[in-house]
Design a protein around this ligand. Structure first.
Ligand SMILES: Cc1cc2nc3c(=O)[nH]c(=O)nc-3n(C[C@H](O)[C@H](O)[C@H](O)COP(=O)(O)O)c2cc1C
Length: 138
């Protein structure tokens, strides 16, 4: 199963998760919109996106490419400060169109702002993501 990690990151938290995933999976890694790789070449696409102002930054990326992505395994890792079960996170999640939501495996992981929050961004937060990937890789 060929895997690629696609990410965008401003403050660095999402980049960390993307790199850890790349290492753990021996996957390719690319910045979104760099145009360097095509999803067509992969079976599993892991989109790692920050959350800003109630929006998943790479939702536009996902929507734009959905015609290609819909036939693949797609994981969306949203990174942010709002806890996964919070109202804010739920509202953000619900912006993903229903048809995409039902076919994408979604995870929300802790992000950080500034040095004080860096300890929240831990490799072990990726455990459920990696467990899911192991389950589909068989
Ligand atoms: C202006 C601003 C708005 C933010 N809005 C949200 C939000 O709506 N939901 C959330 O969960 N986190 C929010 N965050 C937290 C970021 O998602 C967090 O800092 C994350 O680490 C950003 O990803 P990055 O470090 O890869 O850029 C916000 C942060 C900033 C600075």
């Amino acid at each position: 199963m060929r895997a690629i990690v696609v990410y965008r990151s401003s403050l660095g938290a999402t980049r960390k998760y993307a790199r850890w995933l790349q290492e753990a999976l021996e996957a390719d890694l690319v910045k979104a919109d760099s145009g360097r790789r095509s999803a067509l070449d992969y079976d599993l696409i892991i989109i790692c996106s920050p959350t800003y102002m109630g929006r998943i930054s790479l939702l536009g990326y996902l929507r734009k490419r959905w015609a290609v992505l819909k036939d693949k395994w797609v994981i969306l890792v949203a990174v942010g400060l709002a806890p996964p079960a919070s109202r804010d996170s739920r509202k953000t999640y619900e912006q993903i169109p229903e048809d995409i939501r039902s076919r994408v495996r979604y995870f929300k992981l802790p992000g950080s702002i500034g040095p004080a929050g860096r300890g929240r961004v831990r490799q072990e937060n990726l455990r459920p993501v990696l467990e899911y990937i192991r389950s589909i890789r068989g």
